[in-house]
Design a binder for this molecule. Sequence first.
Ligand code: GLC
Length: 480
Amino acid sequence: MKILFAASEAAPYVKSGGLGDVMEALPSELAKNDDVEVSVFLPYYKSIKSNPRFNLEFVTSFSTMLSWRQTHVGIFKSYSVNKKVTYYFIDNEYYFNRDGSYYGYYDDGERFAYFSKAILESLHHLNYYPDIIHLNDWQTAAIPVLLKAFYAKIPDYSKIKTVFTIHNIEYQGKMPMEFLTEIMGFSNSWKSVMKDVNCNCINFMKSAILLSDKITTVSKTYSYEIRHPYFSHGLDTVLKENEDKLIGIVNGINTKIYNPRTDKHLPFNYSSSDLLGKAACKKALQQELNLPVRNDVPIISLITRLVSHKGLDLIECVLSSILNMDVQLVVEGTGDQKYEDMFKFSEYNSPNKMAAVIKFDSDLASRIYAGSDLFLMPSKSEPCGLAQLIAMRYGTIPIVRETGGLVDTVPPLNIDTLEGKGFTFKLFNAHDMLNAIERAVSFWHNESKREEHIKNLIKYDSSWKNPVWEYMNLYSELVK
Ligand code: GLC
């Protein structure tokens, strides 16, 4: 079976968030099956072009039409370390050779419409026709409609099935109505497919929901949540109408990279059978962040983008109560100025209790996952969430709000039987969160139970094994 992934990011080439991690791990895990051939298509961004580490090979070039525009398409390629996954890079300097972050430009809609069209056009030039095109988020969501509008009559194309994964429904790719003809080159007959439900604009994600053969989300709970207006950002009706195609498959993490026994970024390694290294990591973290070195106080950590939907407003509300407890709070991340300032200000006021690292440094993140005791994730919504999985892998007990993937991966802990995984709260309410933190801190003080639970967490299988099996079933169902 041939599977083509189309995405705006995939580590190690380009990553701005969880999508980049998933696009690194899932293709290579799938490719471990002998009868599966996997490729990943990415834009050839300036950051990839200018990085000598990525030694890409030129394959071919041609031009294609985007409405009335004649555009250049260059194709470069490279392979994953084990040669199992082929990466193709779509080169067009006008669209992708830009400084800074790869997204956030006024013409993102046109850039990703071009990318989607260029992928479909490449298949013919590469003589490579996959059984499945697996799309991810709005940036590649125009592929099914382009496929139906321009390629449906070509036999090699007409057999291709599409799977569309929603990693975050908040970003849908909404463009002005003129986009339909002016950029996409569609006739007005495609208007009803592309038109947004609420505004007079076009919506890439909506068209993929209508036209893909299957729709997935990155956890089961999120696949139900988005059928309701509170979570759907306007797409609940369309999703309900297409719910027979919709399923949730929770993400995994790369348990080889995230492994406290071998992680080279840690000052000390440890495992479920020997936790001494975790205590040593905690001491080293306190020293590194200028916090008092105390093993009788729990470190609560938070590694996140500092934006409202990650639940930062709840923290803002009760930050002083948290810091009144005998705890240390460590925050790493960047985001809205308001939250960056809030944490910096409390670090200034309570240097013995709070460390705010306003940057994203993945090596430091590993040291924080390992060196802290409790991991806070009070998200307002969370399609899957990877940080809680990484925290548990390092034996750090999660405190989460019961939403999306956090429900699927962090069942509430029964402190008597030690069934379950973490401390949870249901309502998006600051004092409910505070209560969960208090329960977690009180549990942490019970040393023997705590150790037993930490060992259970480290042993928990959060690898891609089960998700890959579910994806394989889904693909097989489509191609049979
Ligand atoms: C998005 C979601 C996050 C998910 C990730 C990977 O970033 O917000 O919850 O883990 O995609 O699927």
